[in-house]
Design a protein around this ligand. Structure first.
Ligand code: NI
Length: 162
């Protein structure tokens, strides 16, 4: 396992649409282990997407304190419900927070690290983290949402990042 370097904007890998994983082979498993270690090494972390460690593949990990850790390969949002405005930050945009419109709840499907199909219904911070990390796979940062620009503010870099 190894902590990988977190890419920050404007690194072009963050703007690229990540590729689908066809086989969860040894290198993908190693990527997942490294992503988990990298996420846990960051204070205030709640999630990480593979492009944030420079790998343009559709893999995300989520580690919300007190909740079960989640690994998703090829995640897709199949349902969104409701809308809310919330604070958001990102490890790839250190030192900033902004307000963003996110869904109240989402349903996401994908595969876990063993290749098993999973479906997750989520609300609250988990729904936000899933939308945020899946945005990363589509080359989108939260600051690319037009409403965020006006509310962007500086915070301590160790505050929650997704
Ligand atoms: Ni992020």
């Amino acid at each position: 396992m190894a902590v990988r370097q977190i890419r920050t904007a404007p690194d072009p890998v963050l703007k690229r649409k990540a590729k689908k994983v066809h086989t969860i082979d040894g290198s993908v498993k190693k990527l997942i282990r490294d992503m988990l270690e990298t996420m846990y090494a960051e204070p205030g972390r709640a999630g990480l997407a593979a492009p944030q460690v420079g790998v343009s593949l559709r893999v995300i990990v989520i580690g919300i304190p007190e909740e079960e850790e989640i690994v998703l390969v090829n995640p897709e949002i199949v349902r969104r419900k409701g809308e809310r405005i919330i604070d958001e930050g990102c490890l790839s945009v250190p030192g900033y927070f902004g307000q963003i419109g996110r869904s109240e709840s989402v349903t996401v499907k994908g595969r876990d690290q063993t290749g098993k199909e999973v479906r997750i219904k989520a609300a609250g911070l988990l729904a936000q983290a899933l939308e945020h990390e899946i945005d990363h796979l589509n080359g989108k940062l939260y600051i690319d949402h037009p409403e965020v620009r006006e509310t962007l503010r500086k915070v301590q870099p160790e505050e929650t990042g997704l």
